[in-house]
Ligand binder design. Structure first.
Ligand SMILES: Cc1cc2nc3c(=O)[nH]c(=O)nc-3n(C[C@H](O)[C@H](O)[C@H](O)COP(=O)(O)OP(=O)(O)OC[C@H]3O[C@@H](n4cnc5c(N)ncnc54)[C@H](O)[C@@H]3O)c2cc1C
Length: 404
């Protein structure tokens, strides 16, 4: 019998287990992960950026958790000697039309309590000598890390707290058993008092298994990356971002120096025909049919048909991808880039065609469901974990009794 069972061993599930173990040291905590390693999906295939929180609507969970989370992530890395670097980043406008949006972003950064600086094209060149732009913003607190390493440390600490971590264990059904719940998996059944769904790309399905209707469907958007050849890494010193399209939660293809010294370019954002579809040819009939029969998808597609088509072209045409990157660094050539990994974002979409902008955490009967945790959820993970642990109704039977 467990007090808490967490579905999903990505960064959100593991940080939640860590936070629950701190709040209730006596609790029996179980984490169920269907893959053979932690951080196998979104967490292990992301850009590795510790985001500052500049992009997000002031007052939103994203803005708060990201600003606080970037600090707690850095402290965590320092405490546990995980390689990371606060290298800062530049966001640059490549034509005059982008300048008002850059100004809005600068103001948003200030509203979100960040240290941001407007910089001229010449000042951008002092930081990133190969960038061509008409203006920029410098964001000082942005950093880089390998989130897989962070997760391995989370897992180690959960185990030290006495948590039960199960890999290769896929949740199949969830059913009520009196006041408790029975989770059926391919590796046996587990009984628990409380379920926490952190299943990323499958979170809407797990929510339904747990009797909750999330009112939004997960739509998978693949992000493909290229890597700069080693002899061209000198073109990028830190992180270089364009001004994003405010209609989308994606940041536009950018350059990221990774913590291992490689430089990645991307990710784009193209509809994936499979929830865990990392290759362009990956296809799953159930996943595909669910998207195609979802009214919200067609409303989104009708509104953003042009952007969607451009993304598909950029996915199949390296030349188109390179053209986007050349807006930032004109001297980049196709031969300087080799394809590398891809990640798939779990983005919740409502049936009215609106992408869920903020983190979405829904409470059910003895359960909590994280139904939208896209970027910057890796940065924010320690704060999301703490928020989930405090959202759980008080478990008085787990309180430590101090006898004076
Ligand atoms: C391309 C890309 C770039 C990104 N870049 C950044 C970045 O630079 N910085 C940042 O902060 N964020 C970034 N993000 C976002 C960040 O990676 C995610 O927000 C975060 O990893 C979400 O974590 P998660 O634990 O919710 O999901 P996941 O990491 O996907 O974990 C969910 C887990 O649930 C498991 N699961 C699902 N169904 C079941 C089941 N039935 N039974 C058992 N287990 C199950 C899955 O196997 C998976 O391991 C990026 C994301 C992508 C895709």
């Amino acid at each position: 019998m467990y007090d808490f069972a967490i579905v999903g061993g990505g960064i959100v599930g593991l940080s939640t287990a860590l936070a629950l173990g701190k709040r209730y040291p006596q609790a029996h905590i179980l984490v169920l992960e269907k893959e053979s390693n932690w951080a196998f999906h979104q967490t292990g295939n992301n850009s590795g950026v510790i985001h500052s929180g500049i992009y997000y609507k002031p007052g939103s969970f994203k803005a708060k958790f990201c600003r606080d989370g970037s600090r707690s992530m850095v402290e965590f890395c320092q405490e546990h000697e995980i390689d990371h670097e606060i290298c800062g980043k530049v966001i640059v406008a490549t034509d005059e039309q982008e300048l008002p949006r850059l100004e809005n972003l600068y103001n948003r950064g200030l509203e979100n309590g960040l240290t941001v600086q407007k910089i001229s094209p010449e000042e951008v060149k002092e930081i990133e000598p190969h960038v061509r732009c008409v203006g920029g913003i410098r964001v000082f607190s942005t950093g880089i890390v390998n989130y897989k390493q962070v997760c391995l440390k989370y897992a180690e600490l959960i185990q030290k707290q006495g948590g039960d971590l199960r890999l290769n264990t896929k949740v199949l059904t969830i059913s009520a058993s009196g006041k408790n719940q029975v989770i059926e998996t391919n590796n046996g059944n587990f009984e628990t008092k409380f379920v926490i769904n952190c299943a990323g790309l499958h979170s809407d399905r797990i929510a339904k298994l747990g009797g909750v209707e999330p009112k939004a469907k997960i739509v998978p958007f693949r992000g493909e990356y290229y890597e700069l050849t080693p002899e061209k890494r000198y073109l990028v010193k830190t992180l270089i971002y364009p001004v994003p399209n405010p209609d989308f939660p994606f940041l536009g293809v950018h350059f990221t120096k990774m913590i291992d010294g490689t430089v990645h370019a991307g990710p784009n954002a193209v509809l994936s025909l499979k929830r865990e579809g990392y290759k362009k040819t990956d296809f799953d009939l159930k996943d595909f049919a669910e998207v195609m029969t979802y009214p919200g998808f067609w409303k989104l597609a009708a509104k953003h048909a042009d952007e969607g088509i451009q993304e598909i072209i950029r996915s199949f045409s390296k030349a188109a991808f390179v053209r986007s990157l050349q807006k930032l660094i004109p001297e980049i050539q196709a031969k300087d880039l080799v394809p590398t990994h891809a990640g798939v974002r779990a983005q919740a979409l409502m049936d009215d065609g609106k992408l869920v902008d903020d983190f979405l955490i829904i409470s059910g009967q003895n359960s909590i469901h994280v139904c939208n945790a896209p970027s910057p959820a890796a940065t924010s993970s320690l704060e999301i974990g703490k928020a989930i642990a405090s959202q759980i109704p008080h478990q008085s039977h787990l309180e430590t009794v101090v006898i004076a």
